[in-house]
Design a protein around this ligand. Sequence first.
Ligand code: AMP
Ligand code: MG
Length: 416
Amino acid sequence: MLSFEDARAKVIEVMGARACAPARMTATETIDISPDPSKALGRILAEDILADRNYPPFNRSIRDGFALRAGDAAVPGARLRLTGESRAGFAFNGSIGEGECVRILTGAPLPKGANAVLMHEYTHLEGDFVVLEQAAYPGQHYVLAGAEARVGEVVISRGTRLGYAELAMAAEVGRGRLQASCRPRVAILSTGDELIGLGDKPGPFQIRNSNSISLAAQVASAGGEPVLVGNARDEVCELRARIEHALRADVLVLSGGVSAGRYDLVETVLQNLGAEILFDAVAIRPGKPVVFGWCCGKPVFGLPGNPVSTMVTFELFTSPAIEALSGYDPQPLPLFKAKLAHPVAEKGTVAHFLPARVSWPSGETGGDPKVKALLWEGSGDIGAVVRANCFLVVHASRLQLEAGEWVDVFPRRGKL
Ligand code: AMP
Ligand code: MG
């Protein structure tokens, strides 16, 4: 059985080799970032964005104070004649001569002749003169024109995921419209005779289809466009027909029906359709029976139906496939270390992803993050994940851990 690391690497390798060629993947669309930039948030840039001019476009003061010639202010106590003002949007129209200074405000252009700004806190006025209480050095408190970016320079590279800073940069350089990769369409097909829709009244043994909802949300956060294609009963003909229909999307994600029970038909039906099964088990709990295959030219994921298993296996294995299809280089798992708050003793031979909470000591001085696994009732317990902000990763190679050990933590997307 593959380790979760190897299974994830397999997905990334196969996607890179096979999936990143179809026309749809390279298709791009234009997105307006104004007036509503939220449409662009999280999208993958399909072009390089260039600086339209130097940034800053002029030598820009970063303090309120006085622009001066540093040579006039080499020692404290100098008196300089105040000859004008430069403020944001309005430059001082002249240049600074020897023994002169100009009042300057943050964001204002540095006047000609000046090569330093002294903060007003270190000055006082005496009539038309400014007395400097501190020396100034050349280059102090302003940013040189072009120091942040030169005209024509790439300021955001193709393949970058657009966040608030990237959108601000696009706005700064005057790019109200951006080319982004089209989001891959991800069909979500649940399976199970016991499942009903959200609006239906459950019978005593029926279960609402929550996986289609969590999967749709996860698909959207991974950069895909979720397409809910309903639920298939645990019956070969119906399942086959629904899978064939769903394969019109770029990726198919199924939930349920992948264990070894007599009503678990997903793998069989995929095989009947000629699918190549790349793996059908991964050494993790929750989520051991997880299928990754290739069917009719499309990647297919058969995720186990227990809701927490569905969530965890999606994050580990499906999400990098969606990233790859949306033009984003799949990233390594964002694990970080925290100190375990209590001993852990897991059984078996597989890695465990336990719903957990990580916290940092409060206060300015910081300190080590601490992680605590939550009580839970196993992989059907959605509430445990609601209470969690991460998963504690207990590797198969070390299932017994002591309090105070540094352990791996897998953040819950959007919660940390
Ligand atoms: P399965 O993987 O089909 O054996 O399902 C395992 C468990 O997950 C069963 O208790 C199912 O009722 C539950 N389950 C399967 N699919 C869903 C779903 N779409 N939403 C909520 N629970 C589900
Ligand atoms: Mg089932």
